[in-house]
Design a protein around this ligand. Structure first.
Ligand code: NDP
Length: 293
């Protein structure tokens, strides 16, 4: 049960994520007030003891802690801009996905309004909230993070990544980059094997363990990148890896599937090879990424 100081909480935004976050709070005994732009989304929560506020202003006034889980930065500003005076002196935790610059802008807005601001990046889908594997990154006010950590921990592992308000968002989007590139690789592999009569389910059973095993290379890659020396012995060279990429491109074309996903990787490699680094490790493609054409 929540302590008095951190007891009441208001959640603005009852989409798939916001309603899940609010449900976890009320289940844990926090007096919870919610608001959503469109009517009807609070009905289920109300039957579990949540109070539905008629306006965003009513929701803000109801609690010392206000949580925003809206669509994007613009919707957060649209809802909160008229409420700066009501928010003054309260804590605001914004778990809406934004860019790092938008998070910093939001923090500056909060600073002008005398609102203690914590920005969050949710590394989970709604069904994961409150379960193992759910992780949420936070940056901005360390005081707000530590004060409300027991509440935040209801949703998943809570990690404070730093005082720079944009950091949680930066990590969030950097981690999502890895996810989308991995997903694209899985889709590409699935499309490659489909003409051979292999179902996506059969391929997934092999791809999951394989990709999981490959993440074991991250610490070795990281050591090379942090040392800045791509000539370290024991790595697969760009020239060696490029042979594999050529094979993937040829096999994809033979199967009449798009070559866009592997071609993107090959282009990053080719730029380093053209610059005379073919004998250095695959990790060197980070230089192509850091220095766009
Ligand atoms: P939904 O699309 O389900 O819900 C969006 C919410 O934002 C709704 O409550 C909607 O209200 C509200 N909204 C949109 N525009 C406005 C506006 N102009 N003014 C007021 N309210 C507005 O999204 P989610 O709940 O899934 O996501 C919410 C945030 O959480 C997003 O930033 C998302 O990136 C992030 N997130 C979501 C994840 C997920 O898997 N769902 C995973 C990680 C992060 P209305 O009902 O009236 O349309």
């Amino acid at each position: 049960m929540a302590t008095n100081d951190t007891a009441s909480v208001s959640v603005l935004g009852l989409g798939a994520m916001g309603s899940t976050l609010a449900a976890a709070l009320v289940k844990a005994g926090y007096p919870t007030t919610v608001w959503n732009r469109s009517a009807g989304k609070a009905d289920d929560l109300v039957s579990h003891g949540v109070r539905a506020a008629a306006t965003a202003g009513d929701a803000v006034r109801a609690s010392r802690l206000v949580i925003t889980c809206l669509l994007d930065h613009a919707s957060v500003r649209e809802v909160l801009d008229p409420l700066a005076d009501e928010l003054a002196g309260r804590a605001l935790i914004n778990v809406t996905t934004t860019t790092p610059e938008q998070a910093r802008e939001m923090a500056a807005w909060a600073g002008r309004a005398a609102v203690a601001y914590l920005d969050g990046g949710i590394m989970a889908v709604p069904s994961m909230i409150g379960h193992p594997g759910s992780s949420i990154l936070y940056s901005g006010s360390a005081a707000v993070f530590h004060k409300y950590k027991p509440l935040l921990d209801l949703w998943g592992g809570s990690t404070y990544v730093g005082a720079d308000d944009g950091l949680a968002s930066l990590y969030d989007l950097a981690l999502l980059t890895g996810m989308y590139a991995m997903f694209a690789g899985f889709m590409h592999g699935t499309a490659m094997v489909a003409p051979a009569g292999v179902t996506a389910g059969e391929f997934a059973a092999m791809a999951g363990p394989w990709q999981t095993a490959m993440t074991g290379a991250f610490p070795r890659f990281a050591a090379v990148i942090d040392n800045g020396d791509y000539t370290v012995e024991g790595q697969q060279s760009l020239e060696f890896s490029e042979l594999a990429l050529r094979g993937i491109l040829a096999a994809s074309a033979d199967q009449d599937v798009s070559t866009e996903v592997p071609a993107m990787v090959q282009r990053l490699m080719q730029r380093q090879m053209d610059a005379g680094h073919g004998e250095e490790g695959f990790t060197r493609i980070i230089e192509s990424i850091k220095q766009p054409r």
